[in-house]
Structure formats: C-alpha cells, structure tokens
Design a protein around this ligand. Sequence first.
Ligand code: FE2
Ligand code: FE2
Length: 375
Amino acid sequence: MNVQARHTADATTAEEGLAIQQEQSRFDSKAATDLAMQNTLLTPRFYTTDFDELDAIDVSPVRKDWDELLEQMRSDPNKGHFRKTEDWDKVDWDGMEPELKAEFLDFLISSCTAEFSGCVLYKEMKRRGNNPDICELFSYMSRDEARHAGFINDALREAGVAVNLGFLTREKKYTYFRPKFIYYATYLSEKIGYARYITIYRHLEAHPEHRFHPIFKWFREWCNDEFSHGEAFALLMRTDPKITQSFTSKLWIRFFLTAIYSTMWVRDHARPRFHEALGVDIDWYDMEVFRKTSEIARQVFPVEIDIENPRFVRGCKRLDAAMRDMETAKRRGGAMGALGRVGAGARAAMAFASIYTMPARRTEPPASVRLQPTY
Ligand SMILES: [Fe+2]
Ligand SMILES: [Fe+2]
C-alpha cells in the first residue's frame, strides 16, 4: 500500500488515517511533539476509561434518534473535505510577526493534540468493544478526529513543526476517567469545539480581512462533525437518567462545566496576539462560546453554571491571574518560587471554588434530545 500518495482526508477509518500520518511523521518536529507531550492543567490530555462499561450500553431507549444520527455519520458528508485545495492560500510563515507565529503555532499544536486525543480514545473504544452500536459510532468518530488532526498537521508541516502522532499515542500519559466523566467531559469538549469553530468562522465570514490563515475556511464543515459527535454523547447520556439526573451527577456536571469553561478562558487569554490578528476580543469570544455551549447543553444537562452572574467572569479573571503567577513562580524556581507556587495555587483553587459555588441554573431537558447545528 502506497500511503504517501494518499491523504488522511480520504481515509475511511482512523487506522488508515494514522498509517498515512505515520508515513509522513519522519518529517515531523521534535519541538512540536514535545509541546504536545506536555501534561499540565491547561494542555490537552489523553484519556482512557472502563471500556467494558461503555460497551455494555444499550441504546434501545434512544433507538430512533440513534439510527438517524448513525445514518448521517455513515453517509460521511465530509469525506475528502480535510485536504488542501485551491482555496488554501499560500501562507507566509517567514513573514509572520514572531509573536503571532508563536501563538498561532501553539494554538495549532494544542488543537491537533485535542483532536488526536479524541481519535485515540474513540479508536480504543471501537477496538475493545463488542457492542455493534457502540463500535460503529466510535469508528466514525475516530475516523473524523483522525482527519481533523491530520489536517492541522498538514498546516503545521508547512511551518516545519508537525506533531508526531504515532509517538504521542505510544508515549503520552493517559488519564483514567470513569465512563460517566468521559460523557460529561467529551460531550462538553465536542460542543465547545463546535461553538469555537463556528464563532470564528462566522466572525471571519463578516471580516475576511482578518483571515490570516486559510485553515479557518474549513471550519464550517469541521464544526458540523464536532456537533454530531456531541449529539452522540447526548444520546448516550439519555440512555440512562441516572447519568444526568441524580444529585451527585448534577454536582459533577457543574464541576466539569466550571473546569472546562475556566480552562478555556485561561488558555485563550494566553494568546493575545493571535486573537488580535483575528480581530476578536477574547472576553467577547469566550463569553459567546460559553453562551452557545450552555444553550446547546440544555438538551441533556439539567443544570448549568450561571455565566451571566458577575462572579463568573470575576472568577475566570482571578484564575487567569493566579495561573500566570504560578508560571512566573515556576520559572523563578528555588524556595521563593516554591512559596510563590503554593500561594498562586491557593488563589487558583479559591477562584475555581468561587465559580463552582455560584447558584446554579436548573433547566428541564426537552423530551426530544436531538438538535441541529443552527449558529
Ligand atoms: Fe474533531
Ligand atoms: Fe469531535
């Protein structure tokens, strides 16, 4: 099989996509892979879970919606989409302002790692499972994520810094999450991914002069994949009311909302030049993404955190400041550095707690769970 002449955009399985990436990986950069290997509070992680428990899910309670969603995924609307075409304008990496270049590369590398993290988890579920419904779903989702990661890597390769995905699979640390937590975290990441991609896409549609890289032109079809993935997790959660309705589930849902929203805030605020180049005010952008995500999440979550409460933004800002001080203290090292880290860590925990303990909003998820991407 000549993998070199083939492209991840056409790969119909995650394995095929990865084989193509593997072939190309001899050109990939150590620096980019090192960055993708990092495991901090803010960098995308790789997850593993109790695959047997996931495999035991019976989708009968949502059969009709399930079959419709799977039919759509089976038809593979985005096959061939994730490749460079004549719409891919030439990128002047060398002429790019160094700070913007650094932040944009960081954005691409962390996006690639996040996409790939989904690919690895979904592929593993497909490999280990016996339940035909579950295996089929996870094979489509891993196929999509392999394409997404592969496409970002194509963009990175032009800058000479692509991530070695095979190396990541073998060497990156895996964090264990119970299936229930995988549902909350992945559901939210998929829907937040949709909201992020579509918000940037719509903004650049109105302000094309800010489109400083061609990859943004691909975001609309891209976000539709993420939307469907989120729908799949919404359906999985709907198979059993306990997953979202019990008292402790609600506490965990609030925890994941707090963690995922506040991490996104801190991560985005670390890239001021990137957002400036896009012509995007970061506070506006993040709040817009949270609004869309919260609205969508009402399809399945009976609680949401009140992002309009002034405590929310205040908490995010305090967390951001604490995380920056933590970085400074880490760089400083020594006894003073250690002391600084403890102080900053305590402030970060307080900021997190102040968001988590805000009065939650309760909603009644609708009888029919399915949604269409409408933004
Ligand atoms: Fe993706
Ligand atoms: Fe996805």
